[in-house]
Design a protein around this ligand. Structure first.
Ligand code: URA
Length: 424
């Protein structure tokens, strides 16, 4: 049957269900430039407004996987991966991948760059002198066998339809649609070939999903796609209303991750790293205790080998922003709010993130949260330390922080860090 983009758009615009043939055709035609960006934008908006059924989402995901190659991870250890839906201060991949590898799994962590207020794992790691994100498929396989963990950029051949569509959604305000997010994440993860996958679905102001109900719906969609494709899968709903840890940015997050790998670091980062590691190991059928392996220093050794394997020097000093600005407590009391979104936008404006995909990021830019909600503070005490190479950026960062922190009389009510786990 002959298809046309206009017919496909009209079907979804009018609230109907797309046929399998329409979905296969439109994804293939968009990947090959037959369907234009403006047509795909209209279709993405129609999907954003009218949704997709679970069957449509499943077919859409399949079509995006088929737009490119599928890695075959032929390594002797069980492969297990983690994916976060994106947050502020979310550096968990950095300590988690070497930790789970040190416990006996192979962790292929094909990661992305930050866009908007959420940071990107590759941007953070690139602050390590010499480290390189781009590896060939054979280098990925070799490192998985020799080190057990690899964090690198997705190869160009993996789910190219998603790469094009994600960039388009980003500039057409169509990112926050559950079927589009679920198919985007799962097409990449399934094409990457890990046999087990743990999803960290973030909830709160700093996440795409602001409410637990929306996050649960996204988690359920993600798990159902994974199950359909024979992936052992769990989704953990975790709090993203407050930045994770104390560091938000690039080099500052690497430094905090190294602290965790050396047995220190903020308790929330340690707690989430160990909780995700336990879930990953359970899916992979490995009985090691990640808390004990973290304490033993073996995870740090694996980190150092992983960084060296990609040309980085794990012992080299990390870049520091040339300019520092300190925000102090306006009153004495208890820090009652530290909003993840406000801190994420402020760090981004300081230079830690990019406004356009081609922009560079500053390795030394970011924010140190010197107090966290529940901490007692005294008027004039430093609350936040802003780092940047571009002092003019401080004004915009301070504007982003307005209303983003508050001092009260008592510790705020907080959700648990791990709110729920949905298993496939
Ligand atoms: N992460 C992705 O990979 N895709 C989305 O659509 C949202 C978050």
């Amino acid at each position: 049957m002959q298809h046309s983009a206009v017919d496909v758009i009209r079907t979804k615009r009018d609230g109907h269900v797309l046929s399998d043939e329409q979905i296969d055709w439109v994804i293939d035609a968009y990947t090959h430039g037959v369907v234009a960006d403006e047509q795909m934008s209209a279709l993405a908006m129609a999907i954003f407004l009218n949704g997709m059924t679970p069957a449509e989402t499943a077919r859409w995901t399949r079509a995006m996987i088929s737009s490119g190659e599928r890695l075959s991870l032929d390594v002797s250890r069980p492969t297990v991966d983690k994916h976060s839906t994106g947050g502020v201060g979310d550096k968990i991949t950095l300590p988690l991948a070497p930790l789970v590898a040190a416990c006996g799994a192979a962790v292929p962590q094909l990661s992305g760059r930050g866009l908007g207020h959420t940071g990107g794992t590759l941007d953070k790691l690139e602050s390590i002198p010499g480290w390189r994100a781009a590896l060939s498929t054979s280098e990925i396989l070799e490192q998985l066998s020799s080190v057990g963990a690899v964090i690198c950029a997705a190869t160009a051949g993996l789910a190219p339809a998603d790469r094009k569509l994600y960039a388009l959604r980003d500039v057409t305000s169509t990112v926050e649609a559950i079927p589009l997010i679920a198919s985007s994440i799962m097409s990449k993860k399934i094409a990457e070939g890990a046999s087990s996958l743990v999803l960290d679905v973030k909830v709160g102001s700093g996440a795409f999903m602001k409410s637990v109900d929306d996050a649960r719906a996204l988690a359920t969609a993600l798990v159902s796609i994974g199950v359909d494709h024979g992936v052992r899968i769990s989704a953990m709903l975790t709090d993203m209303s407050v930045p994770l840890g104390r560091a938000v940015g690039n080099a500052v997050e690497v430094a905090e991750s190294v602290d965790v790998l050396r047995g220190g670091g903020p308790s929330d980062v340690v707690e989430l790293t160990v909780a995700l590691a336990r879930e990953m190991l359970s899916l992979a059928g490995i009985s090691a205790d990640p808390a004990a392996v973290l304490a033993s220093g073996e995870a740090y050794e694996t980190w150092a080998r992983m960084i060296r394997a990609q040309g980085g020097d794990p012992e080299a000093p990390l870049p520091v922003g040339t300019h520092k600005h300190v925000v102090t407590a306006p009153a004495s009391g208890v820090l009652s709010t530290l909003d993840a979104y406000a801190v994420g936008v402020a760090a981004w404006r300081l230079g830690a993130g990019r406004a356009r995909k081609e922009d560079p990021v500053q390795a030394g830019a970011g924010i140190l949260c010197l107090a966290k909600p529940g901490d007692t503070v005294v008027e004039g005490q430093p609350l936040l330390e802003l780092h940047t190479d571009t002092p003019d950026a401080v004004v915009g960062a301070l504007q982003a922080l307005e209303g983003g922190y508050a001092i009260g009389d008592s510790a705020p009510e907080r959700m648990p860090l791990v709110i729920d786990t949905i298993r496939g």
